[in-house]
Design a protein around this ligand. Structure first.
Ligand SMILES: Cc1cc2nc3c(=O)[nH]c(=O)nc-3n(C[C@H](O)[C@H](O)[C@H](O)COP(=O)(O)OP(=O)(O)OC[C@H]3O[C@@H](n4cnc5c(N)ncnc54)[C@H](O)[C@@H]3O)c2cc1C
Length: 321
């Protein structure tokens, strides 16, 4: 049974139920931090794969300060911690994560703008930002409508689509730095490259974006076209993590896997998508182990056939069962 949920940090509000608490030997988490705290929380509830064993402690901070407090606690007590957004680029192993998972989501999802400068909380889902900005007549991130992660995850991963990445519109990112300070980091201090920001060790709390005014009707029809393309070319509505492998130079990982005849290949509840071979989809209660076996099958076959070593794009995290 799932651990009871407890809201903390709201003065005057009675706690709903006592949580079970951290595993034996782990320090107690400070319950005065504003946010939602759960123990032994299945991470499959927080990933687009719907896969992942439990996190010993799962905390969704309701303020930047609460996120900073959670990280400070983990460091002080030497508890391993992991920051997640919407879990759309991760495969969490079946043993889960023994430590603290800090999910940057609701509570850190405010959005406002003045002229073309948009201030966005890291917890806001990227598709919501893409739609909202387009509806208000601002272009720049609308092309990321099909990236189902958080804004923080998009900054951390330098997410991009259809020739547009988040780095190209970013003015600065509000981050918790490795010394535990909340600072605004201008773009020139962030080492963005293809699908990377170099922000390892930082927690992205929000960002400022410079967006250009465009005709709302034109943006609207672009959104419709981009979503249609996604639906046609990828298993958009099935639980997955997007592209499993990076594209090798001058070719596509999906094409190589397809040419090995692996589309539709299954292990347990996981399947190499029949729509796009660089996607592995969860077709019914797949375990991380099932996905990892398929990853191995695809890698081995591509190496044998083409002598190319496929590199993972998805981040494999957590412990085996
Ligand atoms: C169907 C589908 C389609 C996709 N299409 C695309 C695409 O077109 N282009 C593209 O670039 N990606 C794509 N992706 C991958 C994914 O959506 C992006 O990488 C996204 O930016 C990840 O955001 P997230 O919030 O889900 O991050 P998560 O998966 O939760 O985390 C990914 C990494 O970022 C770190 N992280 C997350 N949030 C923070 C934060 N606030 N501070 C510090 N570190 C953080 C995590 O520790 C982890 O290392 C797709 C995924 C799916 C499922």
């Amino acid at each position: 049974m799932a651990a009871p949920k407890k809201k903390v940090g709201r003065p005057g509000k009675k706690a709903e139920a006592a949580p079970k608490g951290p595993p034996k030997g782990m320090a107690s988490f400070p319950e005065d931090l504003a946010g939602t705290l759960k123990y032994s929380e299945p991470l499959g509830r927080h990933t687009t794969y719907r896969i992942g064993g439990p996190a010993s402690i799962h905390f969704v901070p309701a303020s930047n300060e609460a996120a900073a407090g959670a990280v400070a606690w983990a460091r002080e007590h030497k508890v391993p911690y992991l920051v997640l957004g919407l879990g759309s680029n991760v495969l969490i192993r079946d043993g889960g994560f023994r430590g603290l998972v800090i999910k940057i989501g609701k509570g850190l999802d405010a959005v406002s703008h003045r002229a073309g400068t948009w201030k966005v909380g890291a917890g806001l889902p990227m598709p919501l930002l893409a739609r909202k900005t387009a509806e208000e007549g601002f272009g720049g991130v609308h092309k990321l409508i099909g990236v189902p992660g958080s804004v923080g995850g998009a900054v951390f991963m330098n997410a991009g689509a259809h020739g547009q990445d988040i780095a190209s519109v970013l003015i600065s990112a509000t981050v918790l730095d490795p010394k535990g300070r909340i600072v605004d980091k201008p773009k020139k201090e962030i080492a963005f490259t293809y699908r990377r920001s170099g922000l390892e060790g930082y927690v992205v709390l929000g960002c400022a974006l410079r967006l250009e005014q465009e005709e709302p009707e034109k943006l609207k029809s672009e959104l419709t076209m981009l979503l249609r393309k996604r639906r046609e070319g990828t298993p958009f509505d099935q639980p997955c993590c997007g592209s499993v492998f990076k594209n090798p130079e001058e070719t596509s990982a999906g094409r190589l896997i397809d040419r090995c005849g692996l589309k539709g290949r299954r292990v347990g509840g996981a399947e190499i998508s029949k729509v796009h071979a660089n996607y592995i989809v969860n077709v019914g209660n797949a375990s991380a182990d099932d996905v990892l076996k398929l990853i191995d099958i695809a890698r081995t076959a591509v190496f044998k056939e083409f002598g190319i070593e496929l590199e993972l794009e998805v981040k494999v995290l957590g412990e085996p069962k």
